[in-house]
Ligand binder design. Structure first.
Ligand SMILES: NC(=O)c1ccc[n+]([C@@H]2O[C@H](COP(=O)([O-])OP(=O)(O)OC[C@H]3O[C@@H](n4cnc5c(N)ncnc54)[C@H](O)[C@@H]3O)[C@@H](O)[C@H]2O)c1
Ligand SMILES: O=CCc1c[nH]cn1
Length: 484
């Protein structure tokens, strides 16, 4: 199986290779086969990409929002037309089942391009009437060259969630995908060019953390948007701070999902499945601490185990498969290590817990019961298919425990009591909260974390705030009075 792109990088409107860069081998996680051989960007290519983005900026920013938006919306249509091919690349790159990628990856990227393409013409400032007939106005100006750095779980979505608002606002971008999933961003860049994007406005560079680090501190860069883990976020945020660069940090989590006994249990089980086993658990906002009211815990776990009989593990390219492998052998070993720790620390393995007996990096969907707040599996982000059930007895107690984490990405509550639902949502310390649902991330709503889970928001009108800065212009209409 091969998915070799034309070259490793896309700079200034063209594919480019430099074999001097360290090799990156791209693996199909379902079999371990090599899909493609790429190279990290050399310092010369980093410089070339940033120079292109810097040069292309003024002309791109000078277009009207309508003109910029038209190109983004055209790209959205092209992505939808090409959804199957893009989904197949995503499945090969990540191992996520085609059944998922057909509806959640390029489509989500296209939504972002369409949404921000539509918004581009509406980006405007304000006016203020001031004493003596003076007045002031603001403009919303682009920041300049933005750097996007991606994680490996949603490569197409991440590229588009960053590129679409950045470009709509008149910025240019150099995007570095995760070294684990380097393929799809290249096709996104090509589509944008085919849709009419001027050369240099969106560039893709491959590389590991070192390439990312060299982008973050370059004096030409005005903003850095990272999707990644908390430790990487801390490093990137600190490095960006040296130049007082704007940042968006979309980081990890250990999110709570609370199931009250009055909830529709089937709906709650569906939420727990979406929040733990979709993308084989490799979703940042997953609700991996499932607090279940003690009186309904057994019924909840029984129904969950019953539903897990519906898992179809297999070739991710087969549309009947609904459960794929971990993205890499390394990630599989991390997840298996956490499962071992869960057992060693006294949690009860209620389902799964092993590497699947097949090729590739598959880990069985795993459920632990009897989990307590102090266990490692209840405290650390696993980023795999490991669901922990924790018992609780009262609303106050569970809110306190749900919030007792340095993370704050997402949180969910399942209950049929409308007042309790909103009370609990108000009490959550998390950026994205769900009532009787979990993990949906439509482009219309802000998405992002609080506490250690991040800074800023992606999607929605909120993203416009993060890719523009206000310029205030004071207009004097009368005499200027001075003391001497
Ligand atoms: N909040 C969100 O929206 C969101 C979405 C998806 C994934 N995530 C998080 O991403 C993590 C999984 O992804 P990952 O393993 O690829 O994360 P990671 O932190 O290992 O890597 C993320 C990206 O940062 C780059 N990088 C690493 N060190 C760097 C440095 N010093 N300077 C600049 N760039 C550097 C990597 O090459 C990669 O492209 C999880 O923690 C998950 O929760 C968050
Ligand atoms: O991985 C995090 C982003 C996300 C959440 N739901 C869909 N995508």
């Amino acid at each position: 199986m091969r998915a070799q792109p034309k070259a490793s990088h896309f700079i200034d409107g063209a594919y480019i290779e430099d074999d001097a860069g360290a090799p990156i081998t791209c693996i199909y996680p379902a079999t371990g086969e090599t899909l493609a051989e790429l190279h990290e960007a050399t310092p010369a290519l980093v410089d070339k990409a940033l120079a292109a983005a810097k040069r292309a900026g003024p002309e791109w920013a000078a277009l009207s929002g309508t003109e910029r938006g038209r190109i983004l919306r055209r790209a959205a249509d092209m992505m939808r037309d090409e959804n199957r091919a893009l989904s197949e690349i995503e499945t090969l790159d990540t191992g996520k089942p085609l059944q998922e990628t057909l509806v959640a990856d390029a489509t989500s990227g296209a939504d972002a391009l369409e949404y921000f393409g539509g918004l581009a013409a509406t980006i405007a400032g304000e006016t203020f009437r001031l004493p003596g007939g003076d007045w002031a106005y603001t403009t919303r100006d682009p920041l300049g060259v933005c750097v996007g750095i991606g994680a490996w779980n949603y490569p197409t979505q991440i590229a588009c969630w960053k590129a679409a608002p950045a470009l709509a606002c008149g910025n240019t971008m150099v995007f570095k995908p995760s070294e684990t999933t380097p393929l799809s961003a290249l096709r996104v860049a090509e589509i944008l060019k085919e849709a009419g994007l001027p050369d240099g406005v969106f560039n893709v560079l491959q590389g590991r953390g070192g390439v990312g680090a060299s982008l973050v501190t370059d004096p030409r860069v005005a903003k850095v948007s990272l999707t990644g883990s908390v430790p990487t976020g801390q490093k990137v945020y600190a490095a960006a701070a040296e130049g007082l660069r704007h940042v968006t940090m979309e980081l990890g989590g250990k999110s709570p999902m609370i199931v009250f006994a009055d909830a529709d249990l089937d709906r709650a089980v569906s939420g727990a499945i979406l929040g733990n086993f979709y993308s084989s658990g490799q979703v940042c906002s997953n609700g991996t601490r499932v607090f279940v009211e003690r009186t309904c815990r057994d019924a909840f776990v029984d129904r969950l185990r019953e539903r897990l009989k519906g898992v179809v593990m297999g070739d991710p390219l087969d549309e009947a498969t609904n459960y794929g492998p971990m993205v890499s052998e390394a990630q599989m070993n991390i997840v298996l290590g956490y499962i071992e720790k869960g057992v060693a620390e006294g949690a009860t393995l209620a389902h799964g817990g092993r590497r699947a007996n097949r090729d590739g990096f598959f880990v069985e969907p795993t459920v632990f019961t009897g989990v307590t707040d102090d266990m490692t599996i209840a405290k650390e982000e696993i980023f795999g298919p490991v669901l922990s059930v924790l018992d609780f007895d009262s609303e106050d107690e569970v809110i306190r425990r749900a919030n007792d984490t340095p993370f704050g990405l997402a949180a969910g509550v399942f209950t049929d009591d409308i007042r309790r639902a909103h009370r609990v949502a108000a009490a959550f310390r998390a950026g994205t909260c769900y009532i009787n649902h979990y993990n949906a991330a439509p482009v219309e709503m802000p998405f992002g974390g609080s506490k250690m889970s991040g800074v800023g928001r992606e999607n929605s009108l909120a993203a416009i705030e993060h890719y523009t800065e206000r310029k205030t212009v004071y207009v004097g209409m009368g005499d200027v009075e001075a003391p001497f």
